[in-house]
Design a protein around this ligand. Structure first.
Ligand SMILES: Nc1ncnc2c1ncn2[C@@H]1O[C@H](COP(=O)(O)OP(=O)(O)OP(=O)(O)O)[C@@H](O)[C@H]1O
Ligand SMILES: [Mg+2]
Length: 314
């Protein structure tokens, strides 16, 4: 028995043909296990939505294979559609419809009777924090409220798999955090989530595994920590009174310290431990730092490094 809820193998999508062909997805592989949040991270045009649309059976792959909940996206599209809920990037929400009505309609489409659909709509409005707004027209909702309604609509039929295409793009930090909390909640209920994002912080916060996409391929994959570790070391910076004091400090700390102006800089795989050690050495030498900082590589660094690499390769 495999616990993979989403399996993608050498998936490709080419739009158009001949000279105008756009190779949006060029052989992508990944796997998402039951209960995991998987983040597909990439800039505009990387191919994220194209992957999601193929998984959601809304686009037909040009080559390769994908299975969702064990079902093939091409030959078992109906079973696949029963298996997931999706909040996609381009949703055509009717601005004149009320949030509550939309959810009731979705409920009916998924086979609830009228009282059942009403109950489900109310439960979901509460879940996404829109209980007080269900009676308002969607046209009057803020961007964050619309995304939360999208999320509620995606959850109508209790899907075990959720596709979220850039669920927080364009939202303010508070609304973004509200969506993160909801997604984390769903994960704790065992829902498997594939989300795309342009925000490195979002992938870092939410995702168990991340694949960084650029120009239709996966440039790197791993846990956020693995990707960051691949970037190399933490950096400890110690600021001193002047360059002379920095030279003395470097001597006290030993080989690993480099003098940079009135600072010393030490690279370390375990930054916090090294930071403590360095402070002890300086104290023993009677040196009082003006300030210290510990910086860790962020997914931003990983991302820029990779995408620069791709550009340099041509
Ligand atoms: N229907 C289509 N016809 C032709 N080209 C397309 C089509 N859909 C997407 N593309 C192209 O495929 C590439 C990948 O697009 P995609 O929408 O998957 O990117 P994305 O990573 O989702 O970007 P964004 O972050 O802007 O949403 C782009 O070059 C895009 O222009
Ligand atoms: Mg997209």
């Amino acid at each position: 028995m495999t616990s993979a809820m989403i399996e993608v193998e050498q998936l490709e999508k080419t739009f158009g043909s001949g000279d105008d062909a756009v190779r949006a997805v060029r052989g992508v592989d990944f796997e998402v296990k039951q209960g995991e949040i998987f983040g597909l991270l990439g800039a505009n045009g990387a191919g994220k939505s194209t992957v999601v649309l193929m998984l959601a059976t809304l686009l037909r792959p040009s080559a390769g294979k994908a299975r969702v909940n064990g079902f093939d996206v091409t030959s078992q599209a109906n079973e696949v559609r029963q298996s997931f809920g999706a909040a996609l990037q381009e949703t055509g929400l009717d601005p004149l419809q009320k949030g509550f009505e939309l959810l009731v309609l979705h409920g009916r489409l998924y086979g609830y009777d009228k009282p059942g659909a009403i109950q489900r709509a109310n439960d979901l409005l509460e879940l996404v924090g829109l209980s007080d707004d269900g009676g308002r027209r969607i046209g009057t909702y803020s961007g964050g409220m619309r995304r939360r309604l999208d999320l509620a609509a995606a959850l109508i039929h209790h899907p075990r798999i959720l596709f979220l295409d850039e669920p927080t793009t364009g939202l303010d930090p508070a609304s973004r955090r509200a969506i993160w909390d909801e997604v984390a909640d769903l994960k704790s209920q065992g829902v498997t989530v594939l989300l795309t994002t342009q925000y490195l912080e979002e992938a870092d916060q939410l995702a168990d595994h991340v694949a960084i996409m650029a120009e239709g391929v996966i440039a790197a994959t791993g846990t956020p920590d693995q990707l960051k570790a691949g970037m190399g070391a933490d950096v400890v910076d110690v600021e001193l009174a002047d360059a002379e004091e920095a030279a003395r400090a470097a001597l006290a700390v030993g080989d690993s310290a480099k003098v940079v102006g009135d600072e010393i800089r030490i690279s370390a795989t375990d930054g916090p431990a090294v930071l403590a050690e360095v402070m002890n050495q300086l104290r023993a030498a009677g040196i009082e730092p003006k300030g210290v900082s510990l910086t860790q590589p962020t997914l931003d660094d990983v991302f820029l490094n990779l995408t620069d690499g791709l550009k340099n390769d041509g």
